[in-house]
Design a binder for this molecule. Structure first.
Ligand code: ADP
Ligand code: MG
Length: 240
């Protein structure tokens, strides 16, 4: 379980997270929506300890993320993150790219890492692409490779930050299908997305962020069909 308690975060004078309170249960799929600059990405990078926080705390399965004693490498194995774009090593094949972290971080043998990488690449539909170089794949395939790479660490939580935003519209569907598959398998996920139809289908709850505040959080049918906060209404009207 991810527990976020009164988290505040500023960049210089700019307060980007203004006291966020949120609990994500094991097996839950939470989507986060909101305008550009509302703090969505910052929240994700705070959750897996890529960014320090100024106040409050984030606790994942009893471990306080920002405590000095916390082993962030260990935490990040448990909490995978996939961004809009991931620059794979161009001189390594898809398989070699996905094997890297299991080899280096988990200390798996070459054979073990290869087995894990093949399994995860197969899982995201890239079994045919093992020996291809990343640049030879479509954007959608590259994003699925990035997801396989995160899954190769056997995470218990996955954070997705607009993983389809940089893709041609034609390629969005295959990546959303991969996220749907993970959700149906019970992966605990926080997905920042602009894909409202996807959010409606896949989420247990949807959180709407506005200017560093979580203005509203509700099950999708409620948030999309009967939003309570005026800013949620405005945002949804503008995105439809
Ligand atoms: P979102 O993902 O909702 O678009 P972000 O969390 O990326 O929003 O950013 C929130 C605000 O914080 C924005 O105004 C952004 O410019 C600012 N910001 C984000 N990261 C940094 C950083 N590393 N340094 C300074 N300002 C930042
Ligand atoms: Mg963002």
């Amino acid at each position: 379980m991810i527990e976020i308690e009164n988290v505040r975060k500023s960049f210089g004078e700019l307060e980007v997270l203004k006291g966020i309170n949120l609990t994500v249960d094991k097996g839950e799929v939470l989507t986060v929506i909101g305008g550009s600059g509302s703090g969505k990405s910052t929240l994700l990078t705070c959750i897996n300890g890529l960014e320090p926080i100024d106040a409050g705390r984030i606790v994942i399965d009893g471990t306080e993320v920002h405590a000095k004693s916390t082993d962030l490498n260990k935490l990040r194995q448990k909490v995978g993150i996939v961004f809009q774009q991931w620059n794979a090593f161009p001189h390594l094949t898809v398989l070699e790219n996905v094997m890297l972290a299991p080899r280096k971080v988990l200390g798996l043998s070459k054979a073990e890492a290869e087995a894990v990488a093949v399994r995860q690449l197969t899982h995201v539909g890239l079994a045919e692409k093992l020996s291809v170089y990343p640049n030879r794949m479509s954007g959608g395939q590259q994003q699925r490779m990035a997801i396989a790479r995160a899954l190769a660490m056997s995470p218990e939580y996955m954070l997705f930050d607009e993983v389809t935003s940089a893709l041609d519209p034609m390629l969005v569907g295959e990546v959303l299908d991969t996220l749907r598959m993970l959700a149906s398998e019970g992966m605990t996920m926080i997905c920042v997305t602009h894909e409202m139809k996807f959010a409606r289908e896949v989420s247990d709850r949807v959180a709407f962020f506005h200017q560093g505040v979580m203005a509203e959080i509700a099950p999708p049918e409620q948030l999309f069909d009967a939003p309570q906060h005026p800013e949620t209404k405005k945002f949804l009207a503008a995105t439809h």
